[in-house]
Design a protein around this ligand. Structure first.
Ligand SMILES: [Zn+2]
Length: 213
């Protein structure tokens, strides 16, 4: 048992209605070697469906429907919000929009990345690239915030490379130094992959000189 879930009655923070939601109540720590974009290996890799909840009454999508929102339920009826369907990826893209509204931009960026992962899993490269480009737009719109978070700066390199923006990875990351040697090595590896035109998924321990766990 790596994870334990249970059904709970939760009250939506946006519309105030109750619904039954699957909640993760216990999980074992992740000991896998992650991909370069920090996607965990198995078994946690398969639990992505538990990372977003949806209120069946108003359509609010977030990590939990109990998370307070800085907007009213009218926003959830907007065309902007409803451009994404009800697939798992669509729910993550909606979660990204609400996280932007809630001004938690790290979560907004990650939700786009989770949407990309769900498309990776079904081999829809075009849609996965679209989600990654949306993640980069969030990164670029909040440069001051993200520039102080080296882990996000590094993940952004992988997101750019996987969406095919090799030139930017080379110009922004080749020869770039981070405070941690591990991060500098990963940045160099990203630039090397970009120079080869490689947009595939790679794991952190493939980078020369990097040992993870
Ligand atoms: Zn609701």
């Amino acid at each position: 048992m790596e994870i334990k879930t249970e059904e709970q009655e939760l009250v939506c923070a946006v519309c105030g209605e109750k619904s039954s939601q699957t909640v993760v109540v216990e999980y074992e720590p992740d000991r896998s070697v992650p991909d370069l974009d920090m996607r965990p290996g198995e078994p946690h890799r398969s639990y992505i469906k538990y990372w977003v909840s949806k209120c069946p009454h108003c359509g609010y999508c977030n990590a939990s429907i109990e998370i307070p929102a800085l907007f009213t339920k009218e926003y959830l009826q907007s065309a902007n919000y409803n451009q994404y369907g009800d697939s798992l990826a669509g729910r993550f893209m909606k979660m990204s929009l609400v996280c932007e509204k809630n001004k938690v931009y790290e979560e907004a960026l990650k939700a786009c990345l989770y949407a990309a992962w769900t498309f990776d899993d079904v081999g829809n490269d075009e849609k996965a690239r679209e989600c990654r480009r949306a993640a980069v737009r969030i990164f670029d719109s909040h440069r001051a915030l993200f520039s102080e978070k080296p882990d996000y700066v590094l993940v952004a390199a992988d997101i750019m490379r996987r969406s095919g923006n090799y030139e930017r990875v080379i110009s922004d990351y080749k020869g770039r130094f981070f405070h941690s040697g591990l991060m500098t090595a990963i940045a160099a590896f990203e630039a090397e992959l970009a120079e080869k035109g490689d947009s595939d998924c790679h794991r952190a321990d493939e980078a020369p000189g990097v040992t993870v766990k």
